[in-house]
Design a protein around this ligand. Sequence first.
Ligand SMILES: [Zn+2]
Ligand SMILES: [Zn+2]
Length: 257
Amino acid sequence: MPAARKLLPAVRRFAAATGEGLAALLYPARCFGCSAKVDSPGLCAACEAELRPVRPPFCDTCGEPVSGEIYGDVRCTNCSGREFGYGFAIAGYLATGPLRQVIHDFKYHRRLAVRATLARLAEAAFDDPRLRGPEAADWVVVPVPLHPRRQRERGYNQAAEVAALLARSLGLGYCEALARTRYTSAQARLVRDERLANLSEAFALDPSPEVRTRIDGAPVVLFDDVFTTGATADACARVLRDHGGAEKVVVATVARG
Ligand SMILES: [Zn+2]
Ligand SMILES: [Zn+2]
C-alpha cells in the first residue's frame, strides 16, 4: 500500500482545490463596495479608482485636507489653539464612496471579510514621513476599544480586527492596552461639550502588568477605523500618555470622516 499512501495527500489536495474551484464557481466573489463580480475578495477596479487618498496639504494635527498653496506648518481652524492627547492624526483615505460603504458593512452588518482590504488601505497612513523616522520599527499599535456590551452586539471590535492584521503586515508591535469602561450611547445626539464629558471617563488602561510594561515609554500608534471629530482618539491618547506612560501617541485610521 505504500504507493497508495503516497498518493493520498495529492488526492486530498486535488479534492480541496476542486472544492475551492467549485465554491468559487457557485459563489463568485463580490466587490465589497458595489457587489460586482470580482476574481478574488476585495474591491473591483472601479471602486479602487474611486478611493480618495489623503494627500498633502493637510492639517499637521488632525489630517484634515486643506485647499490652496500652503507653505510651512498647517493647522486647520478646528485645531488651532487646542491641545490634544495625541501628537497628530493621519488617515489613509477619505471616508467617501465605496470606502464609506465597506466600513459601514464592517461595523453594522458583520462583514468581517473586509478586514484584510481595510488593513491594506490603512497601510497608506503609514506612508506619512512622521511614522517613518528612526523609531519606525518601535511603534506599538493599540486599537481603540469597544465596550464589551457593544462588542457583543457587533460580534467583534472592528478597529482591533484591522489593527492586528496591519501590525502583523508592517512588523509592528500590537497591544490591546485600553478598555472601554463606559457604555457611551448615541454620541451623535450630544453637543460637543457633552460628548467630551461623556468620553473623558470612558476609557481606562488595561491593568495587567504586561500591558503596563509594553506601553510605558513606548511610541504608540492608536488605531481606529475612522477619524471623525477626534474626541475618542483624544480621550484614548490621554489615558495611554497619562496613565500608561507612553512616550508619545499618534493616531492612524483607515479613513477620515
Ligand atoms: Zn466595486
Ligand atoms: Zn486640524
